[in-house]
Design a binder for this molecule. Structure first.
Ligand SMILES: Nc1nc2c(ncn2[C@@H]2O[C@H](COP(=O)(O)OP(=O)(O)OP(=O)(O)O)[C@@H](O)[C@H]2O)c(=O)[nH]1
Ligand SMILES: [Mg+2]
Length: 217
């Protein structure tokens, strides 16, 4: 019998490294990445990969734009937020939200991340585990994970709670790339302890939660 893939959805700001993390997991450059800070991924796309005898469907999503005072950016921002909401609702309808990964740049784990959390993660935590992937940590010392040890408490104080984390660099070539691949693969393959809410959150509850949590994005 064909194995049902685990659906893993990556969200985060433009340039946070969502597509790069997907390529890191796969081990090849499948998802398009831009070499500059311009928005790159403009449509939802999925990539299938298998490792350690298990199948995954990795969902790449358009970036949530950085805050900007310019009207055209704000318009794009709100339409991205709306389409991501619709996308998550649709995936949930098909039973395809098995894990949500919030991607953030190590140097930019700021209020924008807090907003993404309130907009999408808080509600989604009711139906699936939520984890965080921190990118751009190639220079972290003495280890990439030291970043987490330094910042975990701050997130807790802000009410940002994650079931797991991975501290990464997606740079290629880089001597920390192999360790990063291992780290992110462990993160997406882990068996997370079911929370009571996951089984009881109905579709309508989730849709209402998403609606309610997206007033300000
Ligand atoms: N130095 C460094 N660069 C990275 C890392 N991860 C991603 N990048 C670079 O950051 C830029 C943006 O990466 P993307 O993977 O396209 O980011 P994204 O979140 O998919 O962006 P959008 O598709 O626009 O939402 C690219 O130039 C990547 O090469 C990292 O860990 N370290
Ligand atoms: Mg992208």
């Amino acid at each position: 019998m064909a194995q049902v893939p685990r659906n893993v959805i990556f969200i985060g700001e433009t340039g946070s490294g969502k597509s790069s993390v997907i390529n890191l997991i796969i081990g090849h450059d499948h998802a398009a990445v831009t070499p500059d800070a311009q928005p790159c991924t403009s449509a939802f796309a999925s990539y299938e990969v298998s490792f350690e005898g298990r199948k995954y469907r990795l969902w790449d999503t358009p970036g949530l734009n950085k805050p900007s005072g310019l009207g055209r950016f704000l318009r794009r921002r709100s339409s991205t937020v709306e389409s991501l909401k619709r996308f998550l609702q649709e995936r949930h309808r098909h039973g395809e939200v098995n894990l949500l990964v919030l991607c953030v740049r190590g140097s930019r784990a700021t209020s924008a991340m807090s907003k993404a959390y309130k907009s999408f993660c808080h509600a989604t935590r009711r139906i699936a585990p939520l984890v965080i992937a921190v990118t751009y940590l190639e220079r972290a010392q003495p280890t990439m994970d030291a970043w987490w040890q330094e910042n975990e408490r701050r997130f807790g104080d802000l009410g940002l709670v994650f079931e797991g984390h991975a501290c990464l660099t997606c740079l290629s070539p880089h001597h920390r790339r192999r360790a990063s691949q291992e780290e992110i693969r462990v993160l997406i393959s882990a068996e997370y302890r079911p929370r009571a809410a996951w089984s009881i959150a109905s579709e309508r509850d989730y849709l209402n939660d998403l609606r309610g949590s997206c007033v300000v994005c």
